[in-house]
Design a protein around this ligand. Structure first.
Ligand SMILES: *Cc1c(COP(=O)(O)O)cnc(C)c1O
Length: 347
């Protein structure tokens, strides 16, 4: 099987397992685990921020972030296709009593002009608008890298309006490698940034929430409340540390293999890359309804040894990662074309 379901399906290498097996550990709930501490310092420095906190998942870092910036009854603004709104069970409402105001950006890219008038006035009727969340790269946007100038504009607008800014940077390092814009340059516009070590970076577990030192006390309280206090977590932090020390620049290979698959998809009649230009490691394509459904395409590809996921009734997502070689991407491309032509012949 060539597994293109997600960049989370990777296995830790022997070298990463070795780093995990030999990591110095302590009780990070009582006081501190030295390997977790080292990971937190390293990722904070990479993002040019004073501090960071290690958590089990990107869902938790996002949920802790919205909780940190908002009080129950408050509102935050986000793009309607974003992970926080779509894939976290509305945790912001369940866990923190928050309301989301969604904005649908063209190609899932939120534009400054869409925010005009969205901050509620301070009166006894309205909810308080507190926060803007962005996602970079944007998953439902097909791994699109947000335009840097747009990010700067939106964050400036937010801060001028008294709002905080949070970046869901689950795949921030894909954006860094694709754009050539450093992580700290992206990060400087945000109050908090969430990064995932378990996506393209290839660690087995973990995310970090990065921000200012003054946030850490409340952040740690919320992490504990949400069940994210972990004891000898240096064992998993060591995998994450290995990933950020050794597996960042190689993300360019994943972007290359995604281009191979995208080029193949773009030649098929009735198949449409959305977005047309693939920026990073996610290839999202729509199939004309009269050809087959996304589920039918995924089932047929699975029979042919290619594992991808339906992303809507008519959209299929393929994600490249560190186990996918250029040869495998070429071979997956041939199979996708072949299976597509079988459907086309029948339609
Ligand atoms: C994967 C992902 C997350 C967090 O996912 P977890 O599985 O909880 O680690 C958050 N945001 C985006 C955009 C993601 O792709």
């Amino acid at each position: 099987m060539i597994d293109l379901r997600s960049d989370t399906v990777t296995q830790p290498s022997q070298a990463m397992r070795q780093a995990m097996a030999t990591a110095a550990v302590g009780d990070d709930v009582i006081d501190v685990d030295p390997t977790v501490e080292k990971l937190q310092c390293t990722i904070a420095e990479m993002l040019g921020k004073p501090a960071a906190m290690f958590m089990p998942s990107g869902t938790m870092t996002n949920q802790v972030a919205v909780r940190l910036h908002c009080n129950p009854g408050d509102e935050f603004i986000c793009e309607s296709g974003c992970h926080i709104y779509n894939y976290e069970q509305g945790g912001f409402a369940q866990l923190s009593g928050l309301v989301a105001k969604t904005v649908t950006g063209p190609g899932n890219v939120m534009l400054l002009e869409q925010l005009d008038g969205l901050v509620h006035p301070d009166n006894e009727h309205a909810v308080h608008t507190r926060l803007v969340c962005l996602e970079n790269t944007h998953n439902r946007g097909g791994g699109v890298v947000l335009p840097y100038d747009g990010v700067v504009e939106i964050c400036e607008w937010a801060h001028q309006n008294g709002l905080k800014t949070h970046l869901d940077g689950a795949r921030l390092f894909n954006a860094v490698v694709a754009s050539g814009i450093e992580a700290d340059q992206w990060a400087q516009h945000f109050d908090t940034i969430s990064v995932c070590f378990s996506k393209g970076l290839g660690a087995p577990v973990g995310s970090a929430l990065v921000g200012d030192r003054e946030m850490m006390y409340d952040m740690r309280r919320h992490r504990k409340l949400f069940g994210g206090g972990m004891r000898q977590s240096g064992v998993i932090a060591a995998g994450a540390l290995f990933a950020i020390e050794n597996q960042v620049s190689r993300l360019a290979e994943d972007h290359h293999t995604a281009q191979i698959i995208a080029a193949a998809v773009s030649t098929i009649e009735g198949f449409h890359l959305e977005p047309e230009q693939v920026d990073t490691n996610i290839v999202l394509f729509r199939i004309n309804r009269d050809i087959c459904s996304a589920q039918e395409m995924c089932d047929a590809l699975y029979q042919a040894g290619i594992w991808v996921l339906p992303f809507s009734r008519e959209h299929v997502r393929a994600v490249t990662h560190l186990h996918i070689t250029a040869e495998q991407a070429e071979s997956a491309s041939r199979v996708i074309q072949q299976v597509a032509h079988e459907f086309l012949a029948k339609s």
